[in-house]
Design a protein around this ligand. Structure first.
Ligand SMILES: [Zn+2]
Length: 323
């Protein structure tokens, strides 16, 4: 994985699912921000050594939030380097094995929601490596940067901002690729976009967080997903996006947000019916019936001179397939 410097001393590692950033001067303290999905230990370690030198060790790993595609490779890296992993307080239960985050919502708006049926629930145990970020807005190992609390996508979501050149590491509070549209996703088209819809548990907070970030007038946005955006136009694009911010039209967390405290979820709205799941189950069953009929008909072929018996298939309802 080739590190790309997107702002002074900010290196982007663009893995297939989620981004990783290496932040810090070669001579000074440096950190790893987010660790993508599991399986990237080797790639992140080598990229870090390419930038900071063989055997270099960061001061910390900082997680913007406790989703599996951000903490995925954190444990092997923290163990190898023996460094702390920081996150905001309200996301800690999902990094210490205390609780699982609220379930994803496959019934909501956008292409990525479809994929939520196949995503793991977020929650892991990084053990003794986990630490809460300082109460002031400082960030360990990141002089010149400050923490901006951006809840909504997750309750303890944090964004990181460097006033000096107005660089924003936004996690999933705002994205630079539209996960709702498959063609945009495939083309990796740069576009200021809302957080991943099936995994955002509080839309009013998500909207406020985007407004908070827009007020910073960033010159560069480095998000958890998408190719980072830089340049003079970025601040206006984000301001426009914040102005017109739209939650999904429907979905489990749209009418009423989930609520969380320091121990985990205290209220999760009930799941809406997943009609597509029923349809998919129906398709699966139809395929099975088709295979069964085919197998029976083949058996008929083996009967020398035997008569083909008609096979009766009764009416089938999708409701029969559930439960
Ligand atoms: Zn996320």
């Amino acid at each position: 994985m080739k590190p790309t410097e997107i702002a002074p001393d900010v290196y982007w590692l663009g893995f297939a699912v989620a981004n990783v950033y290496l932040v810090g001067e070669k001579a000074g303290p440096w950190v790893v921000v987010d660790t993508s999905t599991p399986g990237h230990f080797e790639a992140i370690k080598s990229a870090a050594e390419e930038v900071y030198g063989l055997g270099a060790k960061p001061d910390a790993i900082i997680l913007t939030h406790a989703h599996f595609d951000h903490y995925g490779s954190a444990l092997p890296l923290a163990t190898y380097w023996n460094v702390p992993v920081y996150a905001q307080r309200l996301d800690l239960p999902y990094l210490t094995g205390k609780a699982r985050l609220a379930p994803g919502d496959p019934t909501t708006d956008g292409f990525f929601a479809f994929a939520a049926r196949f995503l793991p629930d977020s929650g892991t145990d990084l053990g003794e490596f986990v630490h809460v970020l300082p109460d002031d807005d400082s960030l360990p190992g990141m002089p010149g940067w400050r923490r901006i609390s951006t809840p909504g996508h997750t309750p303890g979501h944090a964004s990181l901002f460097r006033e000096g050149d107005r660089t924003l590491i936004a996690g999933d509070a705002v994205l630079t690729v539209n996960l709702d549209k498959l063609p945009d996703l495939v083309r990796k088209e740069q576009e200021v976009s809302r957080p991943p819809t099936p995994l955002t548990y509080d839309w009013p907070s998500a909207r406020r967080s985007v407004q908070t970030l827009a007020e910073l007038r960033p010159q560069g946005i480095a998000s958890g997903h998408g190719t980072p955006m830089t340049g003079d136009a970025v601040a206006d694009k984000l301001a426009e996006f914040a102005q017109d911010f739209a939650a999904p039209k429907y979905g489990r967390y749209v009418a009423e947000p989930a609520r969380f405290d320091e121990n985990g979820a205290v209220f999760v709205p009930p799941p809406p019916p997943d009609y597509l799941k029923g349809a998919l189950a129906g398709l699966g069953l139809a395929a099975l019936i088709g295979l069964g009929i085919y197998a029976l008909s083949r058996r008929g072929d083996d009967d020398e001179g035997g008569m083909r018996r008609p096979i009766a298939v009764g009416p089938m309802r999708i409701e029969d397939l559930e439960g």
